[in-house]
Design a protein. Structure first.
Length: 254
């Protein structure tokens, strides 16, 4: 009877070795899954995993009642001083100021008597004026440049970076304004407005993206909204500048 219940030692050792190999394979597989989906052990070292990546929250396991499993790394998100980030964000958001200033000025600029008398294409009675078609083209042609640059920005930013993209866009805007100042006719102004639109399209995409990259996760929405705030401020400044030009600066010509 004893020989019937005894297990030879060799098969038992082989079975243990097989079980250990299976356990090691399971641990390696679990570790690979954790690294892939951003999982980590909880503070007590239990087998339950908590999710640290919101994009992979469907792969998380554990108790989710009243708890948010997808959390960012608070140590990496710690900021000792918000002054540098605030200054950088305001500086980058000036791209929105340029956009707003362009919106606030162009609508009233084409109606200034001094400008239309010099570049107007319609001469019927009295001083020259812009025809409705030319006036609409001067105002809206920048949207064409913004449409083109908005599509190009996705390919341009990975190549030269966001800072260089903003720098190039500001150069284009300065070039467009310089051409407008030296323009002999409204056709040249029309072409220069396309350069302004290219700048606006690039900055509209790049500036909020750059701000979101350098700001902490907790305050990312706050800092990113500075771009929209400066766009609104730019519209007000542009409108006031046109009002000042039309009513007080050389009133005889305007």
């Amino acid at each position: 009877m004893e020989s019937l219940v005894q297990i030879p030692p060799e098969p038992l050792d082989g079975l243990l070795r097989t079980q250990r190999r299976e356990q090691a394979a399971e641990q390696d597989s679990e570790q690979q899954v954790n690294e892939k989906y951003g999982l980590e052990r909880d503070a007590e070292g239990s087998n339950e995993a908590v999710c640290v990546d919101k994009s992979s929250s469907e792969h998380c396991k554990g108790d989710t009642e009243g708890q948010e499993l997808a959390n960012f790394n608070e140590e990496e998100d710690y900021v000792s001083s918000y002054l540098p980030i605030t200054c950088y964000s305001i500086l980058i958001a000036l791209g929105g100021l340029v956009f707003g200033y362009d919106i606030g000025t162009i609508g009233g600029l084409v109606d200034l008597p001094a400008l239309s008398a010099r570049f107007g294409d319609s001469v019927q009675t009295g001083p020259a004026k812009f025809s409705p078609i030319v006036k609409g083209a001067l105002v809206s042609v920048s949207c064409l440049g913004g449409f083109v640059s908005g599509g190009v920005a996705a390919k341009l930013i990975p190549v030269i970076g966001m800072r260089c993209t903003i720098f190039v866009s500001m150069l284009l805007y300065a070039l467009g304004n310089t051409v407008i100042l030296l323009a002999p006719s409204w056709e040249v102004i029309l072409v220069a407005r396309v350069f302004n639109g290219v700048c606006i399209g690039l900055t509209t995409i790049t500036c909020p993206m750059y701000i979101s990259e350098i700001t902490p996760i907790r305050e990312r929405g706050l800092f990113t909204s500075l771009n929209q705030l400066f766009t609104t401020v730019g519209i007000v400044i542009g409108a006031l500048s046109i009002l000042f030009s039309a009513t007080r600066y050389y009133p005889a010509d305007n």
